[in-house]
Design a protein around this ligand. Sequence first.
Ligand code: FAD
Length: 303
Amino acid sequence: MTSKKQAAVPPSLSYELYPPATPEAGEAVLRTIDELEATRPDYVSVTYSGTPARRLASIELIGHLTSNTRLRPLAHLCCVGETRASLDLLVRQLVALGVRGLLALRGDLPQDPQAVRGELPFAQSLVELIREVEARHGAALAGGRLAVGVAAYPNRHPESPSFLHDVEVLVSKQRSGADFAITQVYFDPAHYVRLLTAARAAGVTIPIIPGVMPLGNIRRLERLAGMTGVRPDPALLHRLETASGEAERRRIGVRAAAVLARAAFDAGAPGVHLYTFNDHRASIEVIEEIDLPVARTPAAVPA
Ligand code: FAD
């Protein structure tokens, strides 16, 4: 890596996977996992959705990771629509599968105002619940402290009154027992630096890991903008729209992601979390592009 401000501990590397929805996608994700395992990530996160079928798919994917690979899963868990009792049970089920790291999230609110919102209003409450479950079951639960991560926002969360409100929320999540944060996607390197600076000034000491997405797919960028409120860089969109084909779009996306990752390391990022969309190629190209050392020791993330 060319960064001047290299951390004393080698940077952490992690990937996000989502549970496959079809048998064909299931085979593809197994290939992706094989390829990613060879890069020796510190952990692999698995996204979560509350619908019964998707929840089962997440649990199956996590079971595959713990039973058949050397990869350490970080299980996403959302509190929206759940009761305290259902979450308590889920935490214990995940730990029984071998999970030692959880990403505590609220999840997106249901569109239907009549839909059940659940007993916990915020991700912060889920962090507290996880710590309560852990305290109640003690060493019998996980044989050690669970690593609990949370989301952080380089750009204002769509429901939030301000970026600084989100920073205060991050302070509260840390106070409730979060060990580290992973950022939402962002497109401007300055936005990670702004978050890091504001969070440190507000008293956040936990690692804030930049979530970086290879940015080569126009449809995905637009869908993501709808979901997160984060608008892609118009210059990048133009380059993608005028690219000659898929291979060139991937190269453009990989380079743009590498720029984000390098800038984050220069600002002192403790690692990088790559949103893979279950496609290993672009993510592996990003880590080759930034020349990330592979002989890493785990940072302050799931042990
Ligand atoms: P919260 O931290 O609860 O924030 C939600 C809103 O409430 C924000 O506007 C915040 O400002 C406000 N708020 C929070 N706490 C307080 C408080 N104490 N007082 C006042 N206001 C408060 N979604 C999925 O469905 N599945 C996934 O697997 C998933 N993985 C994700 C992974 C990452 C790294 C990230 C960044 C997001 C992920 N999401 C996932 C999306 C996430 O669920 C949404 O962004 C959701 O809208 C907010 O989740 P949160 O955990 O940040 O919620």
